[in-house]
Design a protein around this ligand. Sequence first.
Ligand SMILES: Nc1ncnc2c1ncn2[C@@H]1O[C@H](COP(=O)(O)OP(=O)(O)OP(=O)(O)O)[C@@H](O)[C@H]1O
Ligand SMILES: O=c1[nH]c(=O)c2[nH+]cn([C@@H]3O[C@H](COP(=O)(O)O)[C@@H](O)[C@H]3O)c2[nH]1
Ligand SMILES: NC(=O)CC[C@H](N)C(=O)O
Ligand SMILES: [Mg+2]
Length: 516
Amino acid sequence: MRNTSSRILILDCGSQFTQLIARRVREARVYSEIHPPTQSLEWIRAWNPTGIVLSGGPSSVTDEGAPTVSRELLDIAPVLGVCYGMQLIAHLEGGAVVGGGRREYGRAEVVVDEPSGLFAGFDQGERTTVWMSHGDHVEQVPPGYVATAHSGSTCAGFRHEQKPIYAIQFHSEVHHTVRGAEIIQNFLFGVCHCTPDWTPGHFIDQEVAKIRALVGDRQVICGLSGGVDSSVAAALVHKAIGDQLTCIFVDTGLLRLHEREQVERTMGQHLGMKLITVRAEDRFLTALAGVGEPERKRKIIGEHFIRVFESASEEAGKNAAFLVQGTLYPDVIESVSAKGGPSATIKTHHNVGGLPKDMKFGLIEPLRELFKDEVRNVGRELGLPEEMVGRHPFPGPGLAIRVLGEVSPYALDILRRADAIYLEEIRAAGLYPEIWQAFAVFLPVRSVGVMGDGRTYEHVIALRAVTSTDGMTADWYAFPHDVLGRISNRIINEVDGVNRVVYDISSKPPATIEWE
Ligand SMILES: Nc1ncnc2c1ncn2[C@@H]1O[C@H](COP(=O)(O)OP(=O)(O)OP(=O)(O)O)[C@@H](O)[C@H]1O
Ligand SMILES: O=c1[nH]c(=O)c2[nH+]cn([C@@H]3O[C@H](COP(=O)(O)O)[C@@H](O)[C@H]3O)c2[nH]1
Ligand SMILES: NC(=O)CC[C@H](N)C(=O)O
Ligand SMILES: [Mg+2]
């Protein structure tokens, strides 16, 4: 199935950036997989890696139970150690790793001492901006190794004198490391001699084969929201099993203005698969009545989605064995500690942390390891129209996490009308494609205004628009002021109950994209 020639094995020592390493490798068109460092040497040899990456991680190499690998791993294939991975190589090979003293977090300058290997294409002595995140450091490189870079008095990179073993203290995989992608490519092509022939097409073939093998002749349903992720997931599964798939679109009562009609129309036009719409407005609104705490709201919504899927599957006489969801990597990392990593729960995405424990379905989540922009490319490869793949994300819990606090039909109605005006004006100004996501938020506070010489005491609508590539980090969008002015003016004039509009100028981090 995987008829590409090169494959990179990433051993995850627990870093929050491990998926970004995989992503950089995919961007360089090389196949990769992430596995725990506890895989046996035998397993690793059989996997036949063209190169191995040891990721960063939160532990110190001398901690009890810290992730480790056998020294023999270093002779199976070329190795790149990143941060903790570098410290681990140093430790295994007899160098000195110490804690305390020279901590570096965030932006740092590294000086290249040896412009070859990982630093091929750099100049001798060149200073390059990188992203660091470590408290321990390599005090002494192991015997048989030479330093290749430093930052201040700290070793920032080393390599083996003869063998293809390389390490860097900084995170080459993050966007803020200016020449990070180049460093990873130097490892892939300069050191491992990989062939760049992996494409989203290979991803599709591989997933189609996996899904066929898993499903056999059983029935499958897909939660289809009309959003990018579930549309791409549905198209992929449909390619694999055709009519065994039934899509279920739930009107939660938390959708935007006219969204149900729109989704039914576009899905019908472009997807050509069985689609059932379930009207569950009452069910969700009743379950949410009186609940104000964001995590509670998310869990209630997650559970009701599954219950609706269960009864819809039964009613359609399908008794599906599997549920397809368009879960992406950011949903996973924010909801749970992924793959044993150190990440904290930021918010419970309804489709991950919000799932009930006694769910009857097995899950099929073919996009679980990908980022949004990669999913869009898979969608394009599957032939989905730009109208579908270019859509702004819309969260499953919908307007329930945009009406802050308790959700009421009154607040939903105001929010729907304000949001529709906001998006209409963004489209009219031609700005929709350059904004990653834009939406209005209903604030449960009132402020004083004056309209037609009378006093008003009404609600505040906050507007949010962000730029991003993957939703993991985001910046607020710098609107032309005249567009903002037009939007505010229309919302206050046309939506009863609103007398003030504010614009959110927070980036993620430290804020998140949604307000709850
Ligand atoms: N109204 C809905 N009906 C059925 N399934 C839904 C609905 N909303 C969300 N889901 C399910 O939850 C998953 C996660 O939702 P999410 O919003 O992250 O993805 P999406 O809607 O497919 O894409 P996008 O991020 O572009 O909105 C979806 O992929 C889908 O499986
Ligand atoms: O389907 C979803 N279920 C959820 O529970 C959920 N919470 C956030 N989001 C979307 O995820 C992206 C990142 O959002 P945050 O910065 O708010 O975490 C943004 O695109 C959010 O809209 C969700 N999508
Ligand atoms: N990001 C990392 O890999 C950190 C490694 C190690 N725990 C340190 O703080 O130095
Ligand atoms: Mg969505």
